[in-house]
Every structure is written in structure tokens, then in C-alpha cells.
Design a protein around this ligand. Structure first.
Ligand code: NAD
Length: 258
């Protein structure tokens, strides 16, 4: 079994800055020898992504804009990647968004627009992207997405994003079935709280972080590196028998009942 990723190419979606979980995944895949392709939501992110990637020694990366709310943007991006690179061996989907006003207070007050926006960007995008990348994954491979405990349990203030994550978690299973016969595995990492740009939008995030440090079995916060290395596992041949699975990388917090 070959667990080096030399000679393989992976798409990483969702690097916004050095704190992004996607950046932790990119570093782990880079260290394993992979060639990387980065997609970013809009032109304004391009420079910061390019600057970060320039710090990865010997990485011959490619960069594309891809707004996951726009079907044409997704199609064009993956058509262009196919033209430029040909075969892809895996993809990390690290994308979510909800309006800040929906991430505090009572879930009952969730607006229709807020509900649809969160589901469109945070859940449906995985299905749209999986469909677009399938023709490029001619040798099979893995797709990994990022989810959170708030999709399985009620986490204060996570609100509509929790409902979107539950939808994403179900999508992982349906996509695993859709793509399994093509040799493509689809899995999720349920990450513990990490201070990122997106996390800043969640009301009282500091309390969520403190809770994990005090009550999780490992008594420490989750790191980008821990999530990155688990993504490497899920995108490598080590996990060749695993699909439709959710792995919690959260210092064990999800097993605690009080
Ligand atoms: P982040 O803000 O660094 O990353 C979110 C990314 O989503 C950004 O790069 C942003 O540009 C991208 N995005 C938003 N709208 C988009 C669009 N229309 N098209 C394309 N890209 C778009 O934050 P993060 O915490 O690294 O988030 C990555 C993933 O990890 C998300 O799915 C998030 O829900 C999940 N997650 C985060 C935590 C945490 O505590 N930070 C915990 C569990 C799961």
C-alpha cells in the first residue's frame, strides 16, 4: 500500500487565511507529497491564498476562483481544472456560510432567506462540487467535507448552521452511495471548535472553546494540524475501505453526556 501522495493531485476548497481549516489540510497533503489545486470564493481572496501557498516549499500549485453559489462557476472551474491537469485524486470541501444574525439567539427566529443561504453554501455545495469533480476522478479517490457536532446535537447559537450540517451529514451518506461504484469515497470530519474567520461569526464562541478544554477527554482544543492529518488519512489509501463515515476530531468531546 502506498500512503505517500507523490504523483497525486488534490483540490482544496476554502482557504481564506492561515487560520482556515482548509490550510491545515493543504499543509498535511503537501507534506505527504501531493500536488495541490486551490479554489477560492472571490478574487479578493486570491492574493492571500497565493501568498500562503508560496510558503509551501516545492509546491507547484494551481489556483482557480469558484463561487459555490453559482452552478456556472463550479462547472467552469472543474472544466478548466480538467483541461489543465486531467485526473484528480481527491477533494477537500471546507466551505460554509450563514448570516451572522442567524448565529445567535433563538433558532425559532431563523428567516427563510437565512435558512436557504446557509443550506445553499454549507450543504448543497458539496453535492454540486461532487458532481462536477466526478469526471476528473478517473482513478477513484476521496472527497472530504467538514462538519460539526451542532448537526447532531443542539449547540447554543449554532442554530441554522447546525441544521445545515445535519443536511451535509446526510449528503455525505447519499453521495457515498452515488459515487461508490466509481471508486470514489465520501467522508466527513467533525472538527472541534477552532478559532477561524467563520467561527468568529458564531455567538459566544469563546464559551464553546473553553468547554472543550475543560470537559473533552483530551482536555485540549482541536488543532488545524489534527484535522489536516485526518483529512490526509481519509484522502489516502490507508482509508480505502472507509466511506459514508464521519470521524470526530474534537479531543473526544462528542462522547461526553453532560
Ligand atoms: P474559514 O472562514 O477559514 O473557511 C470558510 C471558507 O468558506 C472560506 O474560505 C470562505 O471563502 C468559503 N466560502 C464561503 N462562501 C463561499 C462561496 N459562496 N463559494 C466558495 N467558498 C465560500 O473557516 P473554517 O472554520 O476553516 O471553515 C471551514 C469548514 O470547517 C466549514 O465547513 C466550517 O463549518 C467547518 N468547521 C469549522 C469549525 C471551527 O470551529 N472553525 C468546526 C467544525 C467545522
Amino acid at each position: 500500500m502506498n500512503v505517500s501522495l507523490e504523483g497525486r493531485t488534490y483540490v482544496v476548497m476554502g482557504v481564506a487565511n492561515k487560520r482556515s481549516i482548509a490550510w491545515g489540510i493543504a499543509r498535511s497533503l503537501h507534506e505527504a507529497g501531493a500536488r495541490l489545486i486551490f479554489t477560492y470564493a472571490a478574487e479578493r481572496f486570491e492574493k492571500s491564498v497565493r501568498d500562503l501557498v508560496a510558503t509551501l516549499e516545492g509546491q507547484d500549485a494551481l489556483f482557480y476562483e469558484c463561487d459555490v453559489t453559482d452552478d456556472e462557476s463550479i462547472e467552469n472551474t472543474f472544466e478548466q481544472i480538467q483541461e489543465d491537469v486531467g485526473t484528480i485524486h481527491g477533494l477537500a470541501h471546507c466551505i460554509a456560510f450563514a448570516n451572522k444574525e442567524e448565529l445567535k439567539g433563538d433558532y425559532l427566529n431563523t428567516s427563510r432567506d437565512g435558512f436557504l443561504t446557509a443550506h445553499n453554501i454549507s450543504s448543497y455545495s458539496l453535492t454540486a462540487v461532487a458532481r462536477a469533480v466526478k469526471p476528473l476522478m478517473t482513478e477513484g479517490g476521496g472527497i472530504v467535507t467538514l462538519t460539526y457536532l451542532g448537526g447532531e446535537r443542539v449547540v447554543p447559537n449554532y442554530n441554522v448552521m447546525g441544521v445545515a450540517k445535519a443536511s451535509l451529514d446526510a449528503s455525505v451518506k447519499y453521495l457515498a452511495e452515488s459515487l461508490g461504484s466509481s471508486g470514489i469515497r465520501v467522508n466527513a470530519i467533525s472538527a472541534g471548535p477552532i478559532r477561524t474567520l467563520s467561527a468568529k461569526g458564531v455567538g459566544d464562541f469563546n464559551t464553546i472553546l473553553k468547554d472543550i478544554e475543560e470537559r473533552a477527554p483530551l482536555r485540549r482544543p482541536t488543532t488545524q494540524e489534527e484535522v489536516g492529518d485526518t483529512a490526509y488519512f481519509l484522502l489516502s489509501d490507508f482509508s480505502r475501505g472507509v466511506t459514508g463515515e464521519m470521524i470526530h476530531v474534537d479531543s473526544g468531546f462528542h462522547i461526553i453526556g453532560r
